[in-house]
Write a protein that binds this ligand. Structure first.
Ligand code: ASP
Length: 338
């Protein structure tokens, strides 16, 4: 009896010691993050190798900033804010520093953030003085009883709450100015139909299983009449609900508003039982049907990410406890990171 036991014990020990040690990724409590840097019409070969590298480096830096928060056990809300701030500070993207110009040659910034755990949300539209509009959106959520503040009022709230202010010149970049000049020559329409890339966003699940979404943009080149797009509209460009999904969208905002795009993804998951990828694709199909274009990133309650788009490209990336090296993609026919 004793001998049988000890043989069994030995065999068990041998099996244990032969088994490959669990990797850090396998033992870690799951967390997950995806980011985007805008969608649009971008043919392969249009980007120089240097530009391609620079965009991917920008996405990687955002993924790393968010992952640092999540790895350390921080909240999904902190992670999406950290990732979006990095993209706002990067002149390549149409948010914060690299925002596009309005018809009058100004920069008017929109941003939103939503906490899936509490369904609290904050957003700002048409702000002109805040270096990181995503942090201002978060301040609206946490330090005011409101969800959406706009223009002068939002600028004033930003100052009162002590957010970092930037002079109008801070938001000037030569490339965006040239885009405005080109727009002035070619279009005199209210909107730029071939809208240019660069809105940024992030969705994340933290180790506690909470999810959050954040989006920030300069809107569209040549916008006027205080036009506001989908990004700061909760349920259109940004949405998060624990256990269901979190979404950040990019594209021709008017269409995303009309299809309640971000909320639609979540409703498809909650009410139709679609997977997050089916919900992302189904929502993009509804945008396509009414003539809109762009893309979105989404994450479900288990941290699976999905990318949906009907454009030729979307700057995008992902990182997770299971795949802790940042991965990026740009073109639609390039496999999206999971
Ligand atoms: N969705 C943004 C807007 O309509 C623009 C974009 O994502 O490119 O303001």
């Amino acid at each position: 009896m004793f001998r049988t036991f000890s043989r069994l014990a030995l065999a068990a020990f041998a099996a244990l010691s032969l088994a490959a040690p669990a990797t850090a990724a396998e033992t870690a409590t799951p967390w997950s993050l995806a980011v985007h840097g805008g969608a649009g019409v971008l043919e392969r070969g249009e980007l120089t190798p240097e530009k391609d590298k620079a965009y991917r480096a920008g996405l990687n830096a955002a993924l790393e900033a968010g992952a640092k928060v999540l790895k350390a056990g921080g909240s999904s809300l902190d992670a999406v804010e950290a990732a979006v701030r990095v993209l706002e500070d990067n002149p390549l993207f149409n948010a914060g520093k690299g925002a596009v110009f309005t018809a009058e040659g100004r920069n008017e910034l929109d941003a939103a953030i939503m906490d899936g755990a509490t369904l609290k949300a904050g957003a700002v539209a048409g702000v002109t003085r805040t270096r990181n509009p995503i942090s201002l959106a978060r301040a609206v959520m946490e330090k005011s009883p409101h969800v959406l503040l706009a223009r002068e009022g939002a600028d004033q709230f930003s100052k009162e709450k002590g957010l970092e202010q930037a002079p109008p010149e801070y938001f000037y970049t030569e490339e965006r100015w040239k885009q405005l000049l080109a727009w002035r020559k070619d279009h005199q329409a209210a909107l730029d139909p071939t809208h240019l890339f660069g809105t940024v966003g992030a969705v994340a699940m933290d180790q506690a299983g909470h999810i959050a979404a954040a989006t920030s943009t300069g809107g569209m080149t040549g916008k006027r009449w205080a036009r506001i797009g989908d990004s700061p509209i909760i349920g259109a460009g940004t949405y998060a609900r624990d256990g269901v999904c979190a979404v950040s969208a990019t594209g021709s905002g008017e269409y995303f508003i009309r299809e309640s795009a971000a909320r639609q993804v979540c409703d498809r998951v909650a009410w139709k039982g679609e997977t997050i990828q089916q919900a992302a694709d189904g929502t993009m199909a509804s945008i396509t049907k009414i003539g809109g274009d762009g893309g979105l990133i989404a994450i479900d309650g288990q941290g699976h990410v999905a990318f949906g788009m009907n454009d030729l490209g979307m700057y995008r990336g992902a990182i997770s406890s299971a795949a802790p090296t940042p991965r990026t993609a740009i073109y639609a026919d390039e496999p999206s990171p999971r």
